[in-house]
Design a binder for this molecule. Structure first.
Ligand SMILES: [Mn+2]
Length: 331
């Protein structure tokens, strides 16, 4: 499946210098899929310049990398942070198809062609310089890393051990330790595991130590939560200044079917949403679609997890969001 599309991308990039990047505050999947994709292309195009640059790493990515570097002290990440590369012909953007989430470039003057490889809902934005026909966007994959693994599988290219650790980590992290995975996810993992890979070591690498500020944030989110009941479903709404994703996840763990956490920022606001699987299956709720349909904000995501960013009236956007969720739940 999609072999020809992957080959088209490969062909297109031949002879070009390019940059691989991902969304801001890059998570493990964005970070690792970028690294792995460069490794793949280096096999074919050893003489082309291939850069990997991110605007900023997320806290979780940083802490994972500390653990990883202890296990593989000689591993050279060879990445740049926050620096635009000059001599490039193309940009490959991983793990998002929303330019608003890419902070490395000013999107208003992005005059270099670019292509998306992503597993979020296709927003079909038709950006002027997007090489639309080369986009590889599969919202039925649980991670971008899986999309990248298939490049290696097409050409039976051996993946070195450290990269196996990285890719398995990314797939586990993004699939919520298989909660959002499918048979294909397990097949990919099984291809990545070999005798030199210890899955228990990988689980250790992925362990996050929650610091006290995160614990306080989660407790505050609980103190502030408002409950809306719609038939048999519970929607929880809270607000926080940081750790919104972990607070939203917490709310769904303690009993809310949908969690909404608002954060006011200097330049606007952000709303993080999560929905449990059961409510999605029974009602067809798709948070990614809902947030992409709200006016005057930019948003995207998956069925069960989506984020939106806005500038002006957070109250109005929140009401709009709740109305849309209600409509889905009542129908
Ligand atoms: Mn991802």
């Amino acid at each position: 499946m999609n072999t020809s599309k992957r080959d088209e991308i490969l062909k297109y990039l031949k002879g070009k210098n390019f940059l691989i990047t991902s969304h801001d505050l890059v998570d493990l999947d964005g970070f690792i899929s970028s690294l792995a994709l460069r490794l793949f292309f280096k096999n074919f195009y050893p003489n082309q310049k291939i850069y990997v640059t991110f605007s900023e790493l997320s806290k979780q990515t940083k802490s994972y990398l500390e653990n990883f570097s202890r296990k593989f002290p000689d591993f050279d990440f060879d990445i740049q942070i926050g620096k635009e590369s000059l001599d490039i012909d193309v940009i490959v953007i991983l793990d998002t198809n929303n330019l608003d989430q890419v902070k490395l470039f000013d999107k208003s003057n992005l005059d270099i062609p670019f292509v998306f490889l992503d597993h979020h809902l296709n927003l079909q934005k038709n950006y002027p310089n997007n090489l639309l026909s080369l986009n590889l966007i599969h919202d039925n994959y649980s991670s971008t890393s899986e999309i990248v693994v298939e490049f290696f599988e097409d050409h039976r290219i051996y993946i070195p051990i450290p990269y196996r650790y990285l890719l398995i980590s990314a797939i586990l992290a993004d699939s919520g330790f298989l909660k959002h995975g499918n048979n294909r996810t397990i097949k990919h993992l099984s291809n990545l595991v070999n005798d030199e890979v210890e899955i228990q070591d990988i689980l250790l690498l992925l362990e996050k130590d929650r610091d006290i500020s995160e614990k306080i944030a989660q407790i505050k989110a609980l103190q502030r939560v408002k409950i809306i009941r719609i038939n048999e479903w519970l929607v929880g709404i809270s607000h926080l200044s940081s750790f919104t994703a972990s607070a939203a996840a917490l709310l769904t763990r303690i009993g809310f079917d949908v969690a909404i956490v608002i954060t006011e920022e200097k330049a606007g606001f952000r709303i993080t949403t999560r929905a449990k699987k059961q409510i999605r299956l029974k009602t067809g709720l798709h948070l990614g679609k809902i947030v992409s349909e709200i006016d005057d904000v930019s948003g995207g995501g998956h069925e069960g997890a989506a984020t939106l960013n806005g500038r002006n009236d957070s109250e109005k956007t929140l009401n709009h969001l709740i109305d849309k969720i209600k409509k889905t739940l009542i129908n």
